[in-house]
Design a protein around this ligand. Structure first.
Ligand code: HEM
Length: 427
């Protein structure tokens, strides 16, 4: 595709309606540039994009999305295919995501907006792309597959329509590539970061209930990377799916404990099950860690950090607690898990800077005599009680866990203080 940048993506991008299960926080050098909606778009251009958007979200939409993936993955390399979640594709969920996301931009193009309104969604997409090491040149393949699919389905019928879509897509791609470049540039500063893939050895297997903790060691015995707090590391390996061996990749939250680089994985989902069953000494490819939460930490003088985690979301706490501690930030760590057997928080102790609370949802027993253990799900009144003395305005809330949990906690916090500064990550 040729690059033409005159179409105002700002006009049609303002109401992306996909909801990120995973949202990296905005940060100082990770923001979408504000651009004014240009008046150059003609009624014809708007109409074309509106029609495409409608087609993508109509009954035809599922067929378009499916064929888009077929077109995209047809002649691609293994690595390219591996970036897409095969298990989701089988259920059609994955197929619905990307083409529909682009289509949705088009559908709502006529609603006046600004890049400002879109910042979070685009940052979220760029963060997800960075985890998967999406490269700028791959935007061409996506754009080509998208346009080819629309042509195949008779949605694009002439050169004018094709040109309008090319331009609109190009502008969107340029924004995302810019955001991704910033993430990659920043990740390069991580100690002992690497480019491309690197082989890591899975060592020191430790299991706790449904969880496995692996120590990751560079297979070449080179220096260890020190991941920034709140970053993710994407691992990849070939996995058996319905009799086929397919390369898959998945991001995890890396953290350092006792000088070792670790990840903790719940035995759920194709790739995580693969890691759960793996034997010590297995080597696995990885991309260097990307992303960080550090910019989102509160000022230790005036605010607190509140970590609300559930299940494997606890790895986020493992990742950021040491940095919070180092910066002298008062922290409330509130973890929800099924029972004591699955309770990974047992490795974190309360200190003068850290208050720890645990909720067991499927048990009413514990050997732990700590008074900060509760049974049942965390409720709003309990949360209010724990957080009664914090500086709501200046504090930062980090929520990590399954979607239902992050949504519920967000709701409670917003009820307690409308302007709560919340950073969520789904699991
Ligand atoms: C304008 C272009 C693009 C748009 C609007 C877009 C949008 C999105 C969205 C909304 C998601 C879902 C994020 C989430 O909630 O997890 C996503 C995920 C993804 N995108 Fe893109 N994307 C674009 C370009 C690309 C390109 C060039 C690639 C290269 C291969 C790519 C590969 C992926 C992959 C692999 C995922 C993750 C899918 C999964 O979870 O299995 N995207 N993208």
């Amino acid at each position: 595709m040729k690059k033409h940048i005159y179409f105002p993506a700002a006009l049609f991008l303002s109401h992306l309606s996909f909801s990120p299960a995973y949202a990296f926080p905005p940060s100082a050098d990770f923001t979408t540039e504000k651009k004014e909606a240009s008046s150059q778009s003609t009624a014809q251009e708007k109409e074309i994009l509106s029609d495409i958007g409608k087609a993508c979200s109509s009954e035809k939409g599922a067929a378009i999305a499916e064929q888009f993936y077929a077109n995209l993955l047809k002649d691609k390399t293994d690595t390219f295919t591996g970036k897409f979640n095969y298990a989701s594709q089988q259920g059609g969920v994955q197929a619905g995501r990307l083409a529909m996301a682009i289509g949705k931009c088009f559908k709502t193009f006529y609603e006046e907006g600004s890049y400002n309104a879109l910042t979070l969604q685009l940052q979220h997409i760029a963060s997800r792309h960075a985890q998967l090491n999406i490269q700028a040149e791959e935007y061409l393949s996506i754009g080509d597959a998208f346009i080819k699919t629309l042509k195949d389905h008779g949605v694009l019928t002439n050169d004018t329509e094709i040109k309008v879509v090319e331009n609109a897509y190009t502008e969107l791609a340029e924004i995302l590539k810019g955001l991704e470049e910033k993430i990659y540039d920043r990740a390069k500063n991580t100690e002992n970061a690497w480019t491309g893939e690197k082989l890591l050895t899975l060592s020191n297997k430790e299991t706790c209930g449904d969880y496995v903790t692996w120590t990751l060691k560079p297979a070449d015995e080179g220096p260890l990377t020190v991941p920034p707090p709140g970053s993710s590391i994407t691992l990849m390996d070939k996995v058996e799916i319905s009799g086929r061996t397919i390369l898959q990749m998945r991001p995890y939250t890396p953290y350092i404990t006792k000088g070792d680089l670790r990840i903790t994985v719940k035995n759920i989902g194709l790739f995580s099950e693969h890691l759960f069953k793996a034997n010590e000494g297995t080597t696995i490819k990885a991309f260097s860690p990307v992303g960080t939460y550090e910019d989102q930490f509160p000022n230790p003088e005036s605010g607190e950090a509140i970590l609300l985690t559930a299940g494997s979301g606890i790895t986020e706490a493992f990742s950021i607690i040491p940095s919070l501690e180092k910066q002298g930030i008062k922290t409330f760590f509130i973890h929800t898990t099924q029972n004591q057997d699955n309770d990974l928080s047992q490795t974190i102790n309360s200190t003068s800077l850290l208050e720890k609370y645990v909720f067991y949802t499927q048990s009413n027993q514990t050997n732990d005599s700590s008074e900060n253990i509760s049974f049942g799900r965390i409720k709003e009144d309990k949360l209010k009680n724990i957080l009664q003395d914090i500086h709501w305005k200046e504090s930062r809330f980090f929520i990590c866990g399954p979607k239902g949990f992050t949504e519920q906690m967000t709701k409670y916090l917003k009820n307690l203080y409308t302007d709560s500064q919340i950073i969520t990550q789904g699991r």
